[in-house]
Design a protein around this ligand. Structure first.
Ligand code: S3P
Length: 167
């Protein structure tokens, strides 16, 4: 097996699906945001405030390059597709885009009280959607295939993934 990388906007279900996929296949799961929080030693929102987004993106790129060498399922953060360096890393990999419609994404982000997202917390719904639309093409371009998660259960999504890729 080679790494399977889940990309998509905040609230697309990358963490949930990576865990479910890990359970079903017994493959190792790397949740990039969790590893980054450990590495930077503080919540992502605090790190953004103290050190800025570019510093976070550097850590993210280092971790992506490391994680991709292992045969794992990787749940990325929503902004991983922004860096040119990351795009080069992802271009020939098993990249799956978890897509959802903009209203569903906003609702999931708003309902998630445990995950404070710096790129959403001070934005209104329209601004969050604008950010999503600004990234949409990049997710699509980098994906080997796309699954719309808006109205599917995690089990259905995992079944679709396993139909498409060998884990
Ligand atoms: C970000 C998404 C977050 C996290 C960071 C930045 C973004 O991950 O990496 O807050 O810019 O979209 P999730 O997509 O898991 O929320």
């Amino acid at each position: 097996m080679s790494a399977i990388i889940l990309i998509g906007f905040m609230g697309a279900g990358k963490t949930t699906i990576s865990k479910e996929l890990g359970k079903t296949t017994n493959a190792q799961v790397v949740d990039m945001d969790d590893v980054l929080v450990e590495r930077i030693g503080q919540p992502i929102a605090d790190f953004f405030e103290e050190h800025g987004e570019p510093a976070f993106r550097n850590h993210e790129t280092d971790l992506l390059k490391e994680a991709i060498t292992k045969n794992s399922i990787i749940a990325t953060g929503g902004g991983v597709i922004l860096q040119k360096e990351n795009q080069k890393v992802l271009v020939d990999k098993k990249v799956i885009y978890l897509k959802a419609n903009a209203d569903v994404l906003v609702e999931r982000i708003r309902n998630d009280k445990t995950n404070i997202r710096p790129n959403a917390m001070n934005k209104n719904d329209g601004e969050i959607k604008k950010l999503y639309f600004s990234r949409e093409k990049l997710y699509e371009k980098l994906a080997k295939f796309t699954i719309d998660t808006s109205e599917k259960t995690p089990q259905e999504i995992v079944a679709e993934i396993l139909n498409q890729v060998t884990v």
